[in-house]
Design a binder for this molecule. Structure first.
Ligand code: NI
Ligand code: MN
Length: 227
């Protein structure tokens, strides 16, 4: 079985191919049930872009997990690995063909956003248990149809909070473009400015894209899968 654990905001732990992966590990976010110091045996830290609510505690986690590598767009991976004191642990790629990392295929994909270091991305992880698309921070973009067509994500993790990213209306349209089996909302409820509600998103998806399951995870909750 593969698994996901939601740590609030855009932070997820993903277990696939026997690897422990953290995506956008801002674990000092107000909703997170774990502290960055508590995270052990990490293989990969994947970052979608350089905003602090995503790179978050990556440096601490890399320092505490000496085998962990950081996977991100080239400039960001190098920047964070250098901050962690070990430039060799950067796996920097770019939008386009997947990278082969630890037996996984990891593709960085476009995100319609900004980033202080490198370009903003989403990420697609292809594994033996299934394919997961973490959209990062993004507005809706027609490129999501291509991401759906090429990678056929089983699970999509989509921001729904609005203000900096898609809100529930746009994210429901994104589900229509991506056509995943399961969608899990993220990037809501952390700050007052993020007004999008997961229940509203779920209702919209059920109306507009029947057949796609919406799974709302509480921070700390685990979701297991095998496709
Ligand atoms: Ni951002
Ligand atoms: Mn963000």
């Amino acid at each position: 079985m593969g698994y996901l654990v939601f740590y609030g905001h855009a932070a997820f732990e993903v277990g696939v191919n026997g690897k422990k992966i953290l995506i956008d590990p801002w674990l000092t976010n107000p909703l997170s049930p774990v502290k960055p110091e508590e995270v052990k045996d990490v293989d990969l830290v994947i970052l979608t872009h350089g905003h602090a609510d995503h790179t978050g505690d990556a440096v601490t986690i890399l320092k505490n997990n000496p085998k962990a590598k950081v996977v991100a767009v080239y400039e960001l991976a190098n920047h964070v690995a250098e901050q962690a004191g070990d430039p060799q642990r950067a796996v920097g790629g770019n939008m386009g063909g997947p990278m082969l990392v630890d037996g996984l295929k990891i593709a960085l994909v476009p995100a319609n956003h900004s980033s202080p270091v490198g370009a903003p991305t989403g990420v697609v992880i292809q594994s033996s248990e299934g394919t997961i698309y973490h959209a990062g921070d993004t507005g809706i973009t027609s490129e999501m149809a291509l991401i759906g067509e090429i990678y056929k994500p089983d699970i999509a993790l989509l921001p729904i909070g609005g203000h900096f990213t898609m809100d529930p209306v746009e994210a429901a349209k994104a589900v229509e473009l991506i056509k995943p089996k399961v969608v899990i909302p993220m990037h809501y409820g952390t700050f007052p400015v993020l007004y999008g509600k997961p229940e509203e998103f779920k209702k919209l998806v059920e109306e507009k894209v029947p057949g796609v399951e919406v799974v709302i995870l509480k921070p700390g909750e685990k979701y297991e899968f095998k496709y």
